[in-house]
Write a protein that binds this ligand. Structure first.
Ligand code: IVH
Length: 665
């Protein structure tokens, strides 16, 4: 075997393995470690090598599959028409070649195409039968995907019933998280010390993977439809007619698309789209060019993976140069110190950027970022600014290396690095930066919901030494507030009233508001439902905590540690002295407490609302039936889930019985 062949063989294997690993990270863990651009280039190299050396192509090569495997937890749905992927290109030349290729395949015909936005989200196939939503499924491996109906129903811009719809309408589109919602979600996650989503697409995928539709419902998801699978009872001849049908049925679709009939017109359209796409609510990473007439599509056909009648043109992520003026340290609620780049303001992907997170010291060292450097920045997923590289050739010698401070910039106490972790933390729990963040979190809408007690106000209160911990909030009085700058009588009175009102918030909100590491809203609800009052939770042992839904080993030990801390116990005692009386409906007596439900079939109320009834009473709702399921609530036309319940001997109840259970609560 010649050297070049031996190399090709080894390279093909290596690339296939690498791409498979990236696929798993992308599709299953929704945490990619490389950019789309890097992925596309590995993928391209592999397809080229496989073309040149077909004898070395590995069985089951990732180039022959679409997407990831369906997840275990969700039921599988077989698509009526397989969901293909698209070939993509970053080059205008290759785009031109695409059009020339189809023109050759269909000589002497005009070939109108449509250019539309490529939405950066998660592909979905939705089946409507006689206008009723039957299911929504992810692409999965292209043949079968996961049943995500419960989560799909929580998406706000989706109609549940279509008027005047074709008898069978399998409609295809993309679920996205809007840009503003994504930025907010990540900010909240950063605050809570959780890992961030790399981009809106990952955030959308992560949301759809939630087995608890309550969580998906809180995520700002939307959908854009752009295609059909099975269709009976309507006749469409062209893709451009689909837009009209979708609009008539009130199904969301692209607000802007371009008809084109030549390479020049196609290029004109993609450039125009590039200029306007930053104003869209969703992230757009390119344009899709599709042959308009279905009859022509049929003659062009498809490969096993993608149609020959369409191509995606991807925009390069917009990169701009700017100066790194300084590196600041931000102190989080739990004391984590994060370096933040202070940039000379610069306009990129639709907005002016002057800050970018640098994550941690290792990241800065890896990219060799120095203060004073000219840096290249781009927005990850078009939203979060990131420093991607340094122009070392422009260095003058005056640039300064960055060192993580040994002392916390906010309070001067020593910082520590937990073993095996990259994050550096200030361990002084009285650190004013941490105190401010903790109090802001306590008062935030998701927690104790004290209107008027935002970041600015908290900053003033802590700086004036009126408040040192969350209990101090309840000692505030109008005259003290009036001594602060920019606080008038009216706002002082309103704030005191809001503080008073917060004394009777639900228990779970208080638990969430305490800011225990790893205890998010869901775990807080679980804890409140299980213990019913704070003192029981405070004295709970690890094994009891671990038995609760949504509480694992790490969370349990974090809770234990929090309540072991005398300082925290003292704060809670003072909160109680100030008259805090969180409310809690006793769920222990509820027949729902601790039970696990699967809701299936058509019911008299949307499934997410029914799920809410179960959750509010301390039950859990899951997407698929297992031995652990306590009840399957079966509506009309319940299908495979009902069958599975019967097979596993899970108790099946119908809606009247369910209503009876509710009313006997
Ligand atoms: S058409 C058979 N149109 O991009 C072709 N896809 O990279 C079906 N996508 O798998 C796809 N916006 O998930 C089409 N306007 C659009 C799209 C779009 C986003 C996604 C889709 C596809 C992927 C390919």
């Amino acid at each position: 075997m010649a050297d070049s062949e031996a190399y090709a063989k080894a390279r093909v294997e290596k690339l296939a393995n690498e791409i498979r690993a990236h696929n798993r990270r992308y599709y299953e863990q929704t945490a990619p470690t490389i950019s789309d651009r890097e992925y596309d280039s590995l993928y391209r190299e592999l397809t080229d090598l496989e073309k040149k050396f077909p004898q070395f192509a590995v069985k089951d090569s990732p180039t022959r599959r679409v997407g990831g495997d369906p997840l275990k937890q969700f039921e599988s749905v077989t698509h009526r028409v397989p969901m293909l992927s698209l070939d993509n290109t970053y080059s205008e030349e290759e785009l031109a070649e695409f059009y020339v290729r189809i023109a050759k395949a269909l000589p002497d015909e005009s070939i109108p195409v449509v250019v539309e936005p490529k939405v950066d989200g998660v592909a979905v196939s939705v089946l409507y039968e006689d206008g009723k939503l039957r299911y929504a499924a992810t692409r999965g491996d292209g043949t079968a995907g996961d049943d995500i109906t419960q989560n799909f129903r929580t998406i706000r811009n989706v109609p549940r019933v279509l008027k005047g719809a074709p008898a069978i309408f399998e409609v295809r589109g993309e679920i996205y998280m809007d840009k503003a919602g994504f930025a907010k979600l990540n900010a909240e996650r950063a605050e809570a010390g959780k890992t961030l989503f790399a981009n809106p697409r990952n955030a959308a995928a992560g949301s759809l993977k939630q087995l608890d539709p309550k969580i998906a419902a809180q995520r700002p998801l939307g959908v854009v439809f752009y295609g059909t699978g099975a269709l009976e009872g309507a006749k469409l001849e062209k893709h451009s007619e689909l837009f009209g049908l979708l609009e008539k049925l009130k199904l969301p679709t692209a607000t802007k698309w371009w008809p084109a009939q030549s390479v020049d017109e196609i290029l004109g359209a993609i450039r125009e789209l590039d200029r306007m796409r930053h104003d869209f609510a969703y992230a757009t990473d390119g344009a899709v060019i599709k042959v308009d007439r279905f009859e022509q599509r049929k003659r062009l056909g498809s490969t096993s993976k993608s149609p020959r009648w369409a191509i995606a043109y991807k925009y390069e992520a917009e990169r701009v140069e700017t100066k790194l003026q300084d590196i600041l340290i931000q102190v989080g609620r739990t004391g984590s110190l994060t370096p933040v780049a202070v940039l000379e303001p610069v306009f990129v992907s639709g907005s002016t950027v002057s800050r970018a997170t640098l994550h941690n010291e290792e990241e800065i060292a890896r990219k060799d970022i120095r203060i004073g450097d000219t840096v290249i920045i781009e927005k990850a997923g078009e939203v979060i600014p990131a420093v991607v590289a340094v122009k070392t050739e422009l260095r003058t010698g005056a640039e300064k290396k960055f060192r993580m401070p040994k002392k916390c910039p906010a309070c001067g106490s020593s910082v520590v690095k937990d073993e095996g972790q990259v994050a550096v933390r200030c361990i002084n729990s009285q650190c004013p930066a941490q105190v401010k963040r903790r109090i802001t979190h306590f008062a935030s809408r998701g927690a104790m919901d004290i209107e008027g007690l935002g970041e600015m106000m908290v900053g003033q209160l802590v700086d004036a030494e009126l408040v040192r911990d969350v209990a101090d909030i309840y000692r505030l009085a109008v005259d003290r507030l009036l001594a602060l700058e920019r606080v008038g009588e009216k706002s002082a009175n309103n704030l005191i009233a809001a503080i008073e009102q917060s004394k009777t918030r639900p228990l779970w909100k208080l638990i969430f508001g305490l800011g225990i590491l790893h205890v998010g809203e869901t775990a807080a609800r679980g804890l409140a439902n299980h213990f019913g009052d704070l003192s029981k939770l405070m004295d709970a042992e690890i094994d009891e905590l671990e038995r609760i839904n949504d509480v694992g080993e790490v969370v349990a030990s974090s809770i234990r540690q929090f309540f072991h801390e005398p300082h925290n116990r003292e704060i809670i005692a003072r909160l109680q002295d100030f008259g805090l009386k969180p409310t809690h409906e006793a769920l222990e007596s509820s027949a729902f407490a601790g039970t696990s439900w699967v809701i299936t079939g058509a019911l008299s109320q949307p499934r997410d609302e029914i799920a809410e009834l179960v959750l509010a009473r301390g039950g859990k709702v899951a997407g698929s039936v297992s031995k652990k399921t306590s009840y399957v609530l079966a509506g009309d036309d319940a299908g495979s889930k009902l069958e599975k319940a019967r097979k596993l001997g899970v108790r099946v109840i119908l809606e009247p019985e369910f209503r009876a259970m509710l009313s006997s609560e």
